[in-house]
Write a protein that binds this ligand. Structure first.
Ligand code: SAM
Length: 292
């Protein structure tokens, strides 16, 4: 591959920090600009030098710069040292995480902060990001969304975190490791209800890439969702209506009238309208006396 000099734009110094995305499963998605920067860089900081050097080798890149390991635990200390050197010696620094875009559930943002603080220009090159690929293929309203990323690993903390979004009126995006998919999907069910629509985008850009669309209940019944790398996209609530307490009580009363128990009526109304179950239950508790 021929690598042309891309540093032709007018800048007094060549020194900069380049944030470089790498493929998330398909080598053909390695951006050309990233390869060009890598060929010119004086220092290449890598989340894992073994992963990056194997990728560079696979692509036949002619790398002149030193590969230095920079991962979340040493990003602050290593970053500070390298950024200061880059400013002093006018160096081109590149940063690559293992896969995808640096700073997105990966190291990179601390480095970027330090570069800005030290007046070292920061240049971000576009490339693969798993959640963007999943989001744009979800069919959900993409005009507003929240990228939550990884949830806490402990179920109680995960539920606590999810409850912060229980009344969110936008699409929610989560990353998860394959071995935690089952428990996370079950917790999503507890907070958003079985009927909330969801997309599980699996193995994006890889040979066995696929997308599973359905309700939370439906996708949990699909064994495939527990295998491979996944992005979880949770649709916004189908009914985003501002409810008054009186409205909620009226809806629950209607269900009681149809013969449902109080707890089931509260649970179903909460699920259907994305309300907090506890809130609905406490609000309607007095109705249990009405039935006596
Ligand atoms: N920096 C990466 C990015 O730009 O998307 C994310 C890195 S994060 C450590 C890894 C998580 O991203 C995985 O657990 C999974 O949730 C998601 N992910 C990464 N690659 C994926 C792929 N090919 N298909 C689906 N999800 C993927």
């Amino acid at each position: 591959m021929s690598v042309k000099n891309i540093f032709a734009f007018k800048r007094e110094n060549r020194g900069a920090l380049y944030l470089l995305p790498t493929p998330i499963g398909n080598i053909k998605d390695f951006p050309l600009r990233c390869k060009e920067v890598l060929a010119e860089a004086d220092i290449i900081l890598c989340e894992d030098t073994r992963v990056s050097s194997s990728l560079f080798k696979q692509e036949g890149l002619d790398i002149k710069g030193d590969l230095i390991s920079c991962y979340s635990q040493n990003e602050q200390a290593k970053g500070e040292q390298i950024i200061k050197r880059a400013v002093k010696e006018d160096l081109i620094i590149a940063y690559c995480s293992d896969a995808g875009t640096p700073g997105i559930s990966d190291p990179g943002s601390l480095l970027c902060k330090m570069a800005i603080e030290n007046d070292l220009p920061v240049i971000s090159v576009p490339g693969p990001t798993a959640f963007i690929l999943a989001l744009i293929s979800s069919g959900f309203d993409t005009s507003r969304f929240t990228f939550v990323g990884f949830l806490p690993t402990k179920s109680s903390s995960r539920i606590k975190e999810l409850n912060k979004y229980s009344n969110a009126s936008e699409v929610l995006i989560f990353y998860e490791a394959p071995h935690r998919m089952e428990e996370t999907l079950n917790d999503l069910c507890k907070v958003f209800g079985e009927q909330r629509r969801v997309l599980i985008a699996r193995e994006l850009t890889k040979i066995y890439e696929n997308r599973i669309y359905g309700t939370l209940k439906e996708v949990i019944d699909e064994e495939l969702v527990f295998k491979g790398e996944c992005v979880i996209i949770v649709d916004k609530s189908a009914k985003q209506i501002d409810f008054s307490d009186e409205d909620i009580i009226k809806l629950v009363k209607e269900r009681l009238f149809e013969g449902e128990s109080l707890s089931s009526a509260c649970r179903n109304i909460a699920e259907e309208y994305s309300l907090r179950k506890n809130y609905v239950y406490k609000l309607c508790l007095f109705l249990s006396d009405d039935k006596k």
